[in-house]
Design a protein around this ligand. Sequence first.
Ligand code: 13P
Ligand code: SF4
Length: 339
Amino acid sequence: MPDLQYTDEIARETAPLYEKLRAQYAPDHWETLAPYIHEINRLKAEKNAVILAHNYMTPDVFYGVGDVVGDSLMLAQEAAKSDADMIIQCGVHFMAETSKILCPDKKVIIPDMAAGCSLAESITAEDVRGLKEKYPGVPVVTYVNTSAAVKAESDVCCTSSNALKIVEGLIAQGHQRVMMTPDKFLAQNVAKTLKDKGSSAEILFWEGTCMVHERFTAEDVRQMRQNYEDVVVLAHPECPPEVIAEADYAGSTAQMDVYIKDKQPKRAVLYTECSMSDNIAASNPGVELIGTCQMCPHMKRITLPKILKALQSEGPEVYIDPDLSARAIKPIQRMLEMS
Ligand code: 13P
Ligand code: SF4
């Protein structure tokens, strides 16, 4: 076990990062985090490991040790390109499975195996087979927030950043009905956009929800606008349609990040997981981010001490049966081609 002391050398080395994250961490707190950041970065170089960190990671993980940061789609694409020997997935289990499917020869490690997802838990492979029987010929578009077994039964995957594009691609191929699983709100939001664009296609959906985004309401947004007249409202497409209807912009975590970077509003609020606002605030000092804290308990299982332990022990490792993996990769590849 390395000596995790806050030395002068570590203080000097992490000073620029601390400058950026000063608003998030008191000096005493930083002294406990910086030695982990130093040791994780040293060990990952030694082991040729890459750390993929989702936008919902806390800023110490996101800025301190993440090599590739972004939304689900970006992390999947980078996993496929990476020449590292080992992937440390700082996100939830379905993201680690996606990396393993795309990189079967690499060691894929998730610092906490219990980091799940309410959407992934809402549907099984048998459920998808049932939908295929009930709606023969209707393509099944499955959100990446699902298990490998569910993906394997699906026609094409999607993320929140490309869902509309994937469904429009299927409509262009002549499908007038499309089944979207498992997030009913993502499906309803896609259906609304299609309708607004004049499409008569029918979007069927599964009854899954994200335990974080389902909690936001249209009233929350209206109240926010009353409190802050000039606030720009951004919302993730996993939010209910009434929330999206009240928002100025809806997009994936990466799309919201780009929106703030480009537009630099004076004040903004993000209806999504709370670490996302902290990460955006750290990179956009001119934008006042109003907190709407809804925490994803799964994402918050990934901490610096667990990342260090994962690197040291090279586990817990994600395994997927090769036959299952060969079936699950097809809808993911189709998604990557279509987006
Ligand atoms: P993104 O694909 O937008 O990063 O979303 C993933 C997720 O889990 C949102 O809750
Ligand atoms: Fe799943 Fe929601 Fe957590 Fe994202 S925020 S990982 S969709 S439970």
